[in-house]
Design a protein around this ligand. Structure first.
Ligand SMILES: *[C@@H]1O[C@H](CO)[C@@H](O)[C@H](O)[C@H]1NC(C)=O
Ligand SMILES: *[C@@H]1O[C@H](CO)[C@@H](O)[C@H](O)[C@H]1NC(C)=O
Ligand SMILES: *[C@@H]1O[C@H](CO)[C@@H](O)[C@H](O)[C@H]1NC(C)=O
Ligand SMILES: *[C@@H]1O[C@H](CO)[C@@H](O)[C@H](O)[C@H]1NC(C)=O
Length: 440
């Protein structure tokens, strides 16, 4: 009895699988046939009775995943981007990792845009720290890498909406994703658990700067302790910037209510403590009528070297995240960071009140008062020194390259979990007819 009902169940399962198989062929077209036929090979199992049950469970799981739209979206986005002969309109790029080398399509190499900096980091990083793909990963063609190389990562912190829902590498991630556990990200053990599936890459900007000058960040401040020692600094916090704001989150607000405008207004209330101003009207506000109030909000540019004449420098998000933050930490002033919506991967090893002072726009005045309080001098000097050592160990080529490999490992773990065994075999070979090692 038990035996025959087991058989019956198995027959049902086969029918179920056949159905799902048909659906998957209809969904993906004839290119994508074969995953089922290859399942036992992929899993390294032989169809003995004990393994069979395991295999069947895996297959059911697989077909469930194949049928679920989310996972298909990853495969579709990757293949669409890889097979597209034009520059991708949605600012994605498809790369392939195989044997610790990065491949891309020859015809797309020029269209990689800022993505090329990530490729460069990986090329150096994988030479220093080759990675081992997780056991049992069926990426026989190589691992599909999907990067989004424009400013937007697709995650909206205010509503917790992820526009894509599948793993992709991005320049920034929402700041509420980076608890400090996430900074120990190496190995394949930490798939994303948060509402946003974007995975941060190290900053293209830092890499670009270091490429030209390996000492860029340290040399720019090397003599600053002689020129601007703590005791000679102005007891004020400084900020300059343009009228940028995150359109997705704050686009509905009037000019004076934007985060950066609020920062400048707090300076107008306490000019003795905060010296903040716009040096440029840009974007939607480039033709803003300069009335009395706006006129008072505009100030002369202050170059970074000059900013070190102040005890504190304020950092605040603009369009998306503040790409300036890591280089500010290389100065010899205290950095006051206004609670960000987005952060760079490179800065997720930083701790508030150790490397920088956290602030909100509501308590900024109190925060600056604290920093300037002579009783806190030693603590502030310590924070400057901690930030400097962070800069010293992070803002160099080898360590950025190493972090790029860590990002990649985290990404592989994420897609392994997201698509897993559902990856159609032979696909990359089919689409990537002119795949070459990506030497950009
Ligand atoms: C893309 O270009 C390749 C040759 O470079 C060609 O074989 C292929 O058909 C093109 N694909 C599309 C979608 O135009
Ligand atoms: C990031 O910035 C771009 C360009 O300003 C903007 O279009 C996009 O909405 C921003 N992303 C998010 C998630 O708000
Ligand atoms: C490279 O660095 C030098 C000085 O170190 C600078 O003069 C030059 O403008 C930089 N080039 C680029 C492309 O940033
Ligand atoms: C100011 O706000 C930030 C962000 O919420 C918080 O971390 C910090 O402790 C506050 N500081 C003061 C002095 O209230």
């Amino acid at each position: 009895m038990a035996v025959s009902s087991g058989k019956e169940a198995r027959i049902h399962i086969y029918f179920f699988l056949l159905l799902m198989y048909t659906i998957s062929i209809m969904e993906f077209g004839m290119h994508f046939i074969s995953p089922f036929a290859d399942m036992s090979v992929l899993l390294g199992t032989r169809p003995t009775t004990t393994n069979m049950r395991h295999t069947l469970n895996e297959e059911i799981e697989f077909s469930r995943k194949m049928a679920s739209g989310r996972n298909n979206e990853f495969i579709m986005k990757f293949t669409e981007t890889l097979s597209n002969n034009q520059t991708s309109e949605n600012n994605f790029a498809s790369l392939v990792l195989k044997d610790n080398k990065i491949y891309c399509r020859k015809s797309q190499m020029k269209a990689l845009s800022r993505g090329k900096y990530f490729v460069q980091m990986l090329r150096q990083g994988l030479m220093q720290n080759p990675i081992r793909t997780p056991d049992g990963t069926p990426w026989i063609d190589g691992i599909p890498i999907l990067i989004k190389h424009d400013d937007s990562n697709g995650c909206y912190p205010a509503t917790h909406i992820d526009k894509y829902g599948f793993p992709r590498l991005t320049w920034s991630v929402p700041s509420d994703m980076t608890g400090h556990d996430e900074s120990a990200l190496s190995s394949f053990s930490s798939p994303p658990t948060s509402w946003c599936s974007a995975i941060g890459m190290p900053s293209y900007k830092i890499w670009r700067d270091l490429k030209n000058d390996t000492n860029k960040f340290l040399s720019s401040t090397m003599n600053s302790d002689n020129v601007t020692p703590w005791s000679a600094k102005l007891s004020k916090a400084v900020w300059r910037g343009s009228t940028t704001y995150n359109n997705g989150m704050y686009g509905h607000l009037p000019f004076l209510e934007l985060p950066r405008s609020r920062l400048v207004k707090s300076s107008m209330e306490r000019p003795d403590l905060i010296d903040a101003g716009f040096h440029k009207l840009v974007g939607k506000f480039d033709k803003l009528q300069i009335d009395d109030t706006i006129g008072k909000m505009m100030k002369e540019v202050v170059p970074l070297k000059e900013m070190m004449r102040y005890k504190a420098i304020i950092d605040i998000d603009g369009n998306n995240w503040s790409a300036r933050f890591p280089s500010l930490l290389c100065t010899n002033s205290v950095i006051i960071k206004i609670t960000p919506d987005f952060v760079e991967h490179t800065t997720d090893t930083l701790q508030p009140n150790i490397h920088f002072i956290p602030s909100s726009l509501d308590n900024l005045t109190a925060v600056v008062e604290n920093v300037m309080d002579g009783d806190n001098d030693e603590e502030m000097k310590n924070i400057v020194s901690n930030a400097y050592w962070w800069c010293h160990s992070t803002m160099r080529k080898e360590s950025i390259a190493k972090r790029a490999v860590e990002s990649l490992e985290k990404y592989i773990a994420a897609i392994d979990q997201h698509v897993g065994k559902g990856w159609p075999r032979g696909l990359v070979q089919k689409l990537g007819d002119d795949l070459v090692e990506c030497s950009v």
